[in-house]
Ligand binder design. Structure first.
Ligand SMILES: Cc1cc2nc3c(=O)[nH]c(=O)nc-3n(C[C@H](O)[C@H](O)[C@H](O)COP(=O)(O)O)c2cc1C
Length: 531
């Protein structure tokens, strides 16, 4: 039985817990038989006014509530959409303002992405109505037997510890490369070790492959697979089911049309001259990480680990790559291919002799492809670049330079590697066996083909034994990505463009590729009509 109200104040303010007595006071007074008709009329009037006020208040509350809900919904849709310009024009400058150190900004960004992803509030690429209807230009590419959703990937160093691969996939990338990791943990070089050149949209870094080690990365990637298997309801053997490929998705990316690349490197204190020890470093990483990877990337091109690039000579490179290929093929997958192996080479080792040596090692070891490019030790910016005196000082920092100025060099290297690789393995008499059906680029003739086949290949797919090329270095827009693809690469990877352009960069580049293709097709059909 609810307690009766004893105080008049409680009664008036309707704070009385007694449900019986929670009747509006004015209404009970108005019904009183002791009131005169005039006073009763007045009371009824005031009751009606009070009721009207309460309806207005309720309507106002409803309006406020609806407005707030709509505002939050639209804010959520806007902020979490990679197409929103807020990411480039607000988030990127704000992050730069808050974190004056470029490495701190990177950690902040990674943590934010991780937290947002765990809450389901992360930025993501949403399908446009045209995409949903299936009328959109298809920019899918066949890579290693998987039809990728697009030819764009993020490159190594963005997610060094494999903390946010899924959040990066959500940005629209078909390839996410995590790492590079070393077998044992190592701190990298002392800070500061990352420098911005905002006037050039460029960066210099000398991280020196800071890593928590291969075991740490393997633990994180394994946990990711377990969470995925649980979410999908695969039961007690879920992890094995996913890793064997029975779940029907690539065991690395865990999503159709996408592939996860895991990059491995050697520890700084492993002597470069001791090739067996170096090989053991790479093999250790591969043995730990291969189950969770679709592609393994052998990094022999970071400029910040002394002696690493010397490993690109034929003999040591062949030994290392043979070890990695052997360890990768040892992974058992009943329903999927074993992880592919790629080697990431430097843009600075670009003499014919050096490149031919690398290609020879690729063929000898059975590696599946090459990632052309990395940061550069060279400091050659275009003559047209306007460089402030502050940036001139920053350019003197030791480390690898990255940014748009690299593009032409990357393009040239892709063309040369495509040509060299398509000549096939060196035969015993020095002759080369051709493996390609003419290469992606060389078979292209018309303007339409040159744009469309860039992403589809002249016959829709690369030839059977053709080595795959991914390109990285200075790619910032869709036109450049298409040029790179036309030159013979299957995927264009980005890093620095994402740092300056924000989380919408991959979506923007994809949109630009589609526009280029559509315009190319239009101009061809116009020419056909005229003819
Ligand atoms: C801060 C930073 C860290 C990087 N870390 C790695 C790395 O760990 N391994 C690697 O192979 N490349 C690393 N890279 C090189 C990039 O993956 C990429 O190849 C290079 O920056 C050129 O591409 P971009 O012009 O799109 O930035 C790093 C680059 C930057 C700027």
């Amino acid at each position: 039985m609810p307690p009766l109200c004893t105080s008049l104040r409680a009664l008036r303010t309707s704070q009385c817990p007694s449900t019986l007595l929670r009747v509006p006071l004015s209404r009970s007074i108005a019904k009183s038989p002791f009131l005169s008709p005039a006073r009763r009329y007045a009371s009824t009037q005031s009751e009606a006014a009070a009721d009207a006020r309460s309806v207005v208040t309720r309507l106002k509350n409803l309006l406020y509530g609806t407005s707030i809900t709509l505002f939050l919904t639209f804010s959520y849709i806007y902020v979490t959409d990679t197409r929103s310009s807020i990411h480039q024009y607000v988030s990127v400058p704000a992050l730069r303002y808050i974190c004056s150190d470029a490495e701190d900004a990177h950690h902040f960004g990674t943590k934010a992405l991780k937290t947002l992803y765990s809450l389901g509030l992360h930025p993501r690429e949403r399908q446009t109505p045209k995409e949903k209807s299936g009328r959109d230009t298809d920019i899918g590419v066949d890579v290693f037997g998987e039809k990728l959703i697009c030819p764009i990937g993020t490159s190594a160093g963005i997610d060094k510890l494999a903390e946010v691969p899924d959040a990066l996939f959500a940005l629209g990338a078909a390839i996410v490369e995590v790492g590079g990791t070393t077998p044992r943990p190592q701190p990298g070089n002392p800070k500061p070790r990352v420098f911005r050149l905002p006037g050039q949209n460029a960066l210099i870094n000398r991280y020196g492959l800071n890593s928590l080690g291969a075991d740490d990365m393997a633990r994180r990637l394994r946990e990711r697979v377990r969470i995925f298997a649980k979410k999908e309801g695969y039961g007690a053997d879920g992890e094995q089911l996913v890793l064997s490929g029975q779940a029907g998705v690539p065991p690395g990316s865990l999503q159709k049309g996408k592939l996860l690349a895991v990059q491995v490197a050697k520890n700084k204190d492993t002597k470069d001259g001791d090739i067996e020890a170096v090989r053991a470093d790479y093999v250790y990483c591969v043995e730990r990480l291969a189950p969770y990877a679709d592609i393994l990337v052998v990094n022999v091109s970071s400029p910040n680990t002394p002696g690493l690039r010397t490993l690109q000579a034929v003999e040591p490179l062949t030994r290392i790559l043979e070890g990695v290929v052997g360890a990768a093929r040892a992974v058992t997958r009943s329903h999927a291919q074993t992880p592919k192996v790629m080697v990431k080479v430097s843009p600075d080792e670009d003499s014919d002799e050096q490149m031919e040596g690398i290609v020879e090692a690729i063929w000898k070891s059975g590696v599946d492809g090459v990632i052309v490019g990395n940061t550069t030790n060279r400091r050659t910016l275009p003559e047209t670049s306007v460089i402030s005196s502050k940036e001139k000082e920053i350019l003197k920092e030791t480390g690898g330079l990255s940014g748009p100025h690299m593009f032409e060099r990357t393009l040239g290297l892709v063309k040369r590697y495509r040509k060299l690789l398509d000549q096939g393995p060196p035969a015993h008499d020095g002759e080369k066996e051709s493996t390609s059906d003419g290469g992606v680029a060389s078979a292209l003739t018309s303007a339409k083909d040159s744009v469309v086949a860039a992403v589809r290949g002249p016959s829709g797919r690369p030839s059977r034994d053709q080595k795959v090329i991914f390109a990285t270095g200075g790619i910032t827009n869709g036109k450049q990505a298409l040029e790179i693809l036309n030159a013979g690469a299957s995927v264009a990877q980005i890093y620095t463009a994402l740092i300056y352009g924000g989380v919408g960069t991959v979506t923007r580049i994809k949109k630009e590729i589609k526009k280029e293709i559509e315009e190319g097709e239009k101009s061809v059909s116009r020419r056909l009509v005229v003819a």
